[in-house]
Write a protein that binds this ligand. Structure first.
Ligand code: GTP
Ligand code: MG
Length: 269
């Protein structure tokens, strides 16, 4: 009884195989080759994309006006020590390492995954206007951008900060690649520091004004490659193509958990 069933199944399978062979034979060779070509090409295409994505995803850029505290944050992230800062940076600081807090003794993740945590490539781009073009060199590899704002000396610098932020948010690479941006309100250890909501609202207002004046200036503006926001509506960061979030930190007091959270959201450990 069982043997019969097996035989039957065999015959059915052989028939199916024959039919498939017939079918394939009927397809004209050029079409068959084209189909195989498409499959091979698609597989290769996705493999290449994955390869590139992996390679380019561990760079975080620290940007912002001079004196906002980028260099202090850079050293906090890297080795937990507060560097004096104060001196205006003349060169970008660069380093690739696991975040300092992830190497500290109490960190369970470090003990569990010792040696397996993905290092982060952090670049601190000086805020001096002459050195800002350096940012473009690193943008192609950026997994995320941190725009550091001095929350204490915020109002006197709101215009300059907005201009710099506007330039970053309209860069073709940032818009097309939807590079996430974190506005980091630094120096919140000081009682005179403004809140992050206040800072966000002021930046939005200022960018709204800039947007009006810059579009009126000329349509052939080469520095700003994309326009911001929705025409006819007041500007808000939520209108950006890329994700823009706001957080607080104090580099001096090593209160950088929100910054680390942002980094690890886009550079997975
Ligand atoms: N109170 C307070 N002061 C800070 C904090 N972070 C940085 N500072 C001070 O701000 C000043 C500038 O810090 P830097 O880190 O050198 O600033 P920067 O953004 O690297 O500046 P550039 O290199 O010129 O672009 C220094 O005097 C720091 O001590 C902070 O969290 N709280
Ligand atoms: Mg610096």
């Amino acid at each position: 009884m069982d043997k019969e069933k097996v035989e039957e199944l065999k015959i059915q399978l052989q028939q199916l195989l024959k039919e498939t062979q017939e079918f394939v034979r009927k397809i004209p060779p050029p079409q068959l080759y084209a189909a195989i070509g498409v499959v091979v090409f698609t597989v290769l295409f996705f493999l290449v994309i994955r390869l590139f994505k992996r390679r380019s995803s561990n760079t975080i850029l620290l940007t912002g006006l001079s004196g906002s505290g980028k260099t202090v944050l850079f050293y906090q992230l890297r080795d937990g020590s507060s560097h004096q800062g104060t001196v205006t940076s003349m060169e970008p600081n660069e380093g690739t390492s696991v975040l300092h807090s992830e190497t500290s003794k109490g960190n369970a993740l470090y003990f569990l995954e010792k040696g397996k945590i993905k290092p982060v490539h952090i670049v601190d781009v000086p805020g001096h206007s002459r050195l800002r073009p350096k940012l473009d060199e690193f943008l192609s590899q950026a997994a995320g951008i941190v725009f550091v704002v001095d929350a204490v000396e915020f109002l006197p610098n709101v215009r300059a900060a907005s201009e710099y932020l506007y330039d970053i948010l309209t860069k073709a690479r940032v818009v097309k690649k939807k590079i996430p941006l974190l506005i980091l309100c630094n120096k919140v250890d000081k009682v005179t520091a403004h809140t992050k909501d206040f800072i966000r609202r002021q930046l939005e207002k200022e960018i709204d004004k800039l947007r009006a004046s810059r579009t009126a200036l000329s349509s052939a503006d080469i520095t700003n490659e994309f326009s911001l926001g929705v025409p006819g509506e007041a500007f808000a960061f939520s209108q950006c193509q890329n994700k823009v979030t706001v957080a607080e930190a104090s580099g001096l007091r090593s209160d950088i958990s929100q910054l680390e959270q942002f980094i690890r959201e886009y550079v997975k450990a």
